[in-house]
Design a protein around this ligand. Structure first.
Ligand code: ZN
Length: 210
């Protein structure tokens, strides 16, 4: 056996290791392309670093923002009132945001709290705006909903109590969750970029928290 072949035999295990390692890395890396909107901007970055604004005290009973029925009716349109205040559901596909692909911030229609970002929005095909996560789990409350003979998880704004929709465990990456939200529970503020959405979120946490 020649010297060169001996050398090759010695290198063989290392070559195999490289091949296997490379293949492992390829499959283990998260598939960024399937995330809702490819961006490196972390819109929710402020959420973990910032405290809630001073008018948003979630430690007590009830919601920090309270309005009389008259005030709610004055603020909201009929469909917004029905969905947000009476736990209603709007019709799929004929609502303003289900197919909205613009970059921007979705706020609660009842109190303007930033709840969802376009960077977490994806096309679920259900006819309702769908997101993989809320901006801040503190401001989006959940409770078990047993209506219509189904067990579902209802989600609402924790600042004013407005009903938003439901969350289901069949969403895409990165969370595997699908927040199925009514357009009638949201207002939309268009922004130039994901960075601008982040600025809007930070403004709510910082400026209004002063
Ligand atoms: Zn609200």
């Amino acid at each position: 056996m020649s010297y060169r072949f001996q050398r090759y035999k010695q290198l063989l295990p290392f070559c195999l290791l490289l091949l296997v390692g490379g293949a492992f890395l390829t499959f283990a890396m998260p598939d960024k392309s399937s995330s809702p909107e490819s961006t490196d901007v972390d819109v929710n970055e402020c959420v973990s670093a910032c405290g809630l604004p001073s008018h948003v005290d979630l430690s007590g009973d009830g919601y920090p923002v309270k309005r009389t029925d008259e005030e709610w009716r004055e603020r909201l349109t009929d469909i917004q009132y029905h969905v947000a205040r009476e736990q209603g559901t709007e019709r799929p596909f004929s609502n303003p945001f289900h197919d909205n692909k613009k970059t921007g911030l979705y706020r609660c229609v009842g109190c303007d709290t930033p709840l969802f970002s376009s960077t977490d929005k994806f096309n679920s095909g259900t006819g309702w705006p769908s997101f993989t996560q809320p901006i801040d789990p503190r401001t989006l409350g959940e409770h078990r909903d047993n209506s219509y003979g189904m067990v579902r998880v209802e989600v609402h704004c924790n600042v004013c109590g407005s009903h938003q929709g439901h969350v289901f465990p069949d969403g895409p990456k990165p969370t595997g969750l699908r927040y199925c939200i009514n357009s009638a529970s949201l207002s939309f503020e268009e922004a130039e970029s994901a960075e601008a959405v982040k600025d809007l979120v930070e403004k709510w946490y910082q400026v209004e928290g002063e």
